[in-house]
Design a protein around this ligand. Structure first.
Ligand SMILES: [Fe+2]
Length: 175
């Protein structure tokens, strides 16, 4: 199965961008671990955690994902990648809250995500347990991410497919 599937749900981007610029709480991304790895604290990769109650549009979308994937829990954050900074190759994982996959909405910026090859998307479910990176773009890259905890990527893709939320999944190897 390919590492990313686009989601067809319409999104109202304007209030999502507006909220990211309005509320306080941006912090350099930190894994919270004690190892001296790239992601311990990164000024060029900022995170802003949000709750569905802070935005009717985030609440609406979270309800759509939750209806399709009832066993999933979601941790919702904005991420901002500064121009000129490459997000190094990594897999999303944490011993405190293991991510099984993620639903990402790209709000600004034009860089692809690179798994086995570059993929461009605006809204998609991603297998972030596979190594991936994001090269720098000329403009700030802003995403809204629902980190999923629960069913694995393939299960979530099949559940979204069953709810008619993604392009039909082809079962041939390599797709
Ligand atoms: Fe990641």
């Amino acid at each position: 199965m390919k590492p990313l599937h686009s989601i067809s749900t319409p999104i109202n981007r304007a209030p999502l961008v507006e909220l990211a610029h309005r509320i306080q709480g941006w912090k350099p991304f930190s894994t919270g671990n004690l190892y001296n790895c790239w992601s311990d604290s990164v000024e060029s990769w900022q995170q802003l955690k949000v709750q569905p109650s802070q935005s009717p549009e985030i609440q609406r979308l979270t309800n759509v994902w939750a209806a399709a994937i009832p066993e999933a829990q979601f941790q919702i954050s904005y991420y901002a990648q500064k121009p000129g900074w490459d997000l190094p190759r990594h897999s999303d994982n944490s011993h405190t809250w293991p991510t099984t996959c993620a639903i990402n909405c790209v709000l600004t910026g034009d860089s692809p995500v690179i798994f086995d090859k570059p993929y461009r998307y605006s809204l998609a479910i991603l297998n972030v347990t596979e190594p991936h990176s994001v090269p720098s773009s000329a403009t700030p890259r802003l995403i809204l991410k629902w980190a999923v905890f629960g069913p694995d990527y393939e299960t979530c893709v099949r559940l979204l497919d069953a709810a008619d939320l993604i392009e039909p999944v082809k079962m041939n190897p390599g797709n």
